[in-house]
Design a protein around this ligand. Structure first.
Ligand code: AMP
Ligand code: MG
Length: 463
């Protein structure tokens, strides 16, 4: 058995924050993976948990004692367009636990069936996105990026209809919370000032106890977004759907949809088929994070006694985003070069060479200290000249080895693991998970970029 020491605070908020409901049963749950290490970190004793029990609990067929399942309400700007009512259309917050280190975490099922927020959706997830989110989120965590985590993946034994019939699955994820910019927008747009105040007080108490009010909250959420997106940039990570409903106010990466880490570097890279305009292209991410923070600021204005003064004050705050972001990104790329404060030109020149030659983003940085780094480039004379400028700065290669991953969750590998799992073979998923959760350990197999034949150019939102 397993004992989850639930301590639910969101469920104590007013009724209009969520819709309470149990998960919808599935036909034949079968465990793919349970994350015992994460359970232990959360203070959950899972030592006696059988696969059958895990499958029942983390598919929604059995409700763990102390859980109070609910679908959260939120809204959001999707690709710039306003959607007043989104909410958990296929997810349920089971409840919260307080880890031994005192931090509070949500436990949420994703793919657990229809809710009042499902609109035309079936409330389900297929196996592909579940395995993708498991691999991506656990890899990001291992690299050191704030993120939701994966606690369990379970097959449902049912098929879900997408473009074809596909095997269904449920992901259990954990998060510092699932409070999104879109949660604030939901109440602001309805003119529900009381709920907005309650949400703000709750968010400050739970996540930002030092914030004195909405302006402080805005500053701290903004700083966390700047730090987060700078980390993404340092990994070549492209989220793909940076809508305000997919922006956690805690600064964790959330909602892994058509995301990917780049293989060969180009700043204009886009993977998602739904992102026709390249709104969320790699190099646009800082700008869009700024835009999202502006929406957050707008949602906080109704809380302020003098709205005109609040707009001026909030505008002054969010105008600082580009500088905050630039500082965060500069620190990240300096560290990638083993330097305390790299000459920005040195960074730009390397990235320009990489873009020109389509060099592999991850492997180029990982290889820099080695003699064979030049093999990543076509213009080897150009690279040699850059490298001697860099070596003149006495880079700290030990620090680089802790900063630049050797192994990332490469898209073609994820797709291969998904294809195998759809055919019934989970071994590639397990092998990949083991590799990407040891990102700073050399691994020839998983460090290899895709060949031309293996390359996956597009990701699909058909989640
Ligand atoms: P996402 O693109 O995953 O961030 O989801 C955007 C919105 O669509 C959220 O409100 C989701 O709950 C909802 N949604 C996505 N897929 C489904 C589905 N299969 N069934 C019901 N709602 C869904
Ligand atoms: Mg979402």
């Amino acid at each position: 058995m397993i004992h989850i020491p639930f301590d639910n605070s969101y469920a104590a908020l007013p009724d209009r924050f969520y819709a309470r409901q149990p998960a919808v049963r599935v036909a034949a749950p079968a465990l793919i993976k349970f994350n015992h290490d994460l359970a232990r970190d959360l203070g959950i004793d899972s030592s006696g948990l059988t696969d059958a029990e895990a499958a029942a609990l983390f598919s929604g067929n059995a409700t763990p004692e102390g859980a109070d399942p609910l679908a959260q309400a939120y809204a959001g700007h999707q690709f710039g367009g306003w959607s007043p009512q989104l909410g958990d259309g296929r997810a349920l917050l089971l409840g919260e636990v307080i880890a031994p280190d005192g931090t509070r975490h949500d436990i949420q099922l994703k793919g657990s069936g229809r809710t009042p927020f499902s609109r035309s959706g079936d409330g389900r997830a297929w196996l592909g996105p579940v395995l993708r989110e498991y691999l991506m989120s656990e890899a990001m965590h291992a690299i050191g990026v704030p993120t939701t985590r994966a606690l369990a993946a379970v097959r449902t034994g049912e098929t879900v209809q997408r473009e074809t019939a596909l095997p269904g699955a449920v992901l259990t994820r954990t998060a510092a919370s699932h409070i999104r910019v879109g949660t604030f927008q939901f109440f602001a747009a309805r003119g529900d000032r009381d709920a907005l105040q309650t949400l703000t007080d709750y968010t400050i108490a739970r996540h930002f106890p030092k914030a004195g009010g909405p302006a402080d909250l805005l500053e701290q959420v903004m700083q966390r977004q700047a730090d987060l997106v700078a980390k993404w940039m340092g990994l070549g990570f492209i989220h793909g759907v940076m809508n305000t409903d997919n922006v956690s106010v805690t600064g964790e990466t959330i909602d892994y949809g058509p995301c990917a880490m780049m293989d060969s570097y180009h700043p204009d890279t886009v993977f998602s088929t739904i992102d026709q305009q390249g709104r969320y292209a790699y190099s646009n991410q800082p700008k869009l994070a700024h835009w999202n923070i502006a929406q957050f600021a707008t949602s906080l204005v109704p809380l302020m006694p003098d709205q005109a003064a609040a707009i001026d004050r909030f505008t002054a705050i969010i105008n600082r985003f580009p500088d905050l972001f630039a500082a965060a990104q500069h620190a990240i790329f300096s560290a990638k070069l083993g330097l305390e404060n790299a000459d920005p030109q040195l960074i730009d020149d390397l990235l320009a060479l990489m873009a020109q030659d389509g060099a592999d983003f991850t492997n180029s940085f990982a290889a820099l200290p080695r003699d064979d780094a030049r093999d990543q480039f076509i213009d080897r004379t150009g690279f040699d000249a850059w490298k001697s400028r860099w070596l003149d700065q006495n880079p700290d290669t030990a620090q680089m080895a802790r900063t630049n991953p050797q192994v990332i969750p490469r898209l073609h590998r994820i797709e291969a693991a998904i294809q195998a799992a759809v055919a019934g073979d989970d071994a590639p998923f397990h092998a990949m998970l083991a590799a990407v959760t040891q990102p700073f350990t050399a691994n020839e197999t998983f460090a290899r970029p895709p060949t031309t034949d293996e390359k996956v150019a597009r990701t699909f939102c058909g989640t």
